[in-house]
Design a protein around this ligand. Structure first.
Ligand SMILES: O=P(O)(O)OC[C@H]1O[C@H](OP(=O)(O)OP(=O)(O)O)[C@H](O)[C@@H]1O
Ligand SMILES: O=c1cc[nH]c(=O)[nH]1
Ligand SMILES: [Mg+2]
Length: 207
C-alpha cells in the first residue's frame, strides 16, 4: 500500500498548532484548513490533466485542468473541517458524505449517514478524515466506495497511527494514504499518541 507522509516544514507547523492542547477551536480549524490544502496539493500531484489551448492577453498557450475531478468524501464530523478547503482547490469536484461515530467502548464505527453517488466506476475518490486511528472508520468508508465500483481511493488524513495503516494494508482494499504524520501508537482508549485528542471535539465541541 502506498503511504505518503507530507513532512514539509509548513505542514509540520500546522500540525503542531493542532497538537498543542492550548490551541482553541477557531485556531484548530484554521490550522486544519491550511494543512488540508497542503495534503490535497500533494495527493493530486500526479493527477492526469486535460490540455486545452487558451489565450493570454499576449499569446496562445496550453492551459490545464484536471481530466477527471475526484469525488470528495468527508467523514463526519471531523472530516467536515477539511471539506471546504479541498473543494476550493478542486472546485469541479462532486462531494459525497459519510457520517460515523466511533463507539467509545468497542472502538467500532457506528454509521448514521451515507450520501454517495450510486456508481463510482472510473472516478477517483478522496476520503477526508483528519484521524486514522484503529482504521475501522476508514475501512468502513472505503468498503462503501468499493461496493459502488471505486478502484482509485486516497485517504487524506492529518494524522495516522501505525495500527490504522496496518488495518488498511491487511484489508487488501485498493487505497493510498496521504498524511502529515505517522504517530507512535494508540493508547488503551484508542486515541493516537501523541496525537491531538478528539478531532471532532476540538473543532466543534464535545458531544
Ligand atoms: O480509526 P478509527 O479508530 O475508526 O478512529 C478514527 C475516527 O474517529 C474520529 O471520529 P469520531 O468517531 O470521534 O467522530 P466525530 O468525528 O464525530 O468526533 C475520526 O474523525 C475518525 O472518523
Ligand atoms: O486520537 C484520536 C483517535 C480517534 N479519533 C480522534 O478524533 N482522535
Ligand atoms: Mg470524535
Amino acid at each position: 500500500m502506498d503511504v505518503h507522509v507530507v513532512d514539509h516544514p509548513l505542514a509540520k507547523a500546522r500540525l503542531s498548532t493542532m497538537r498543542d492542547a492550548r490551541t482553541d477551536s477557531a485556531a484548530f480549524r484554521a490550522a486544519l484548513h491550511e494543512l488540508t490544502m497542503m495534503l490535497i496539493y500533494e495527493a493530486t500531484r500526479d493527477a492526469p490533466v486535460r490540455v486545452e489551448r487558451i489565450h493570454t492577453p499576449v499569446a496562445r498557450t496550453d492551459g490545464y485542468r484536471l481530466a477527471n475531478p475526484p469525488l470528495l468524501v468527508p467523514v463526519l464530523r471531523a472530516g467536515l473541517g477539511m471539506a471546504d478547503e479541498a473543494h476550493k482547490l478542486i472546485p469541479d469536484a462532486q462531494m459525497g458524505f459519510v457520517g460515523l461515530a466511533r463507539d467509545e467502548e468497542t472502538l467500532q464505527p457506528t454509521p448514521y449517514l451515507e450520501s454517495l453517488p450510486e456508481s463510482l466506476g472510473g472516478r477517483p475518490v478522496l476520503v477526508l478524515d483528519p484521524m486514522l486511528a484503529t482504521g475501522g472508520s476508514m475501512a468502513y468508508t472505503i468498503r462503501l466506495l468499493i461496493d459502488r465500483g471505486a478502484t482509485d481511493v486516497t485517504a487524506i488524513c492529518a494524522l495516522a497511527a501505525p495500527e490504522g495503516i496496518r488495518h488498511l494494508e491487511e484489508s487488501g482494499m485498493p487505497v493510498r494514504v496521504v498524511t502529515a504524520s505517522i504517530d507512535e501508537r494508540l493508547n488503551d482508549s484508542g486515541f493516537i499518541v501523541p496525537g491531538l485528542g478528539d478531532a471532532g471535539d476540538r473543532q466543534y465541541g464535545a458531544v
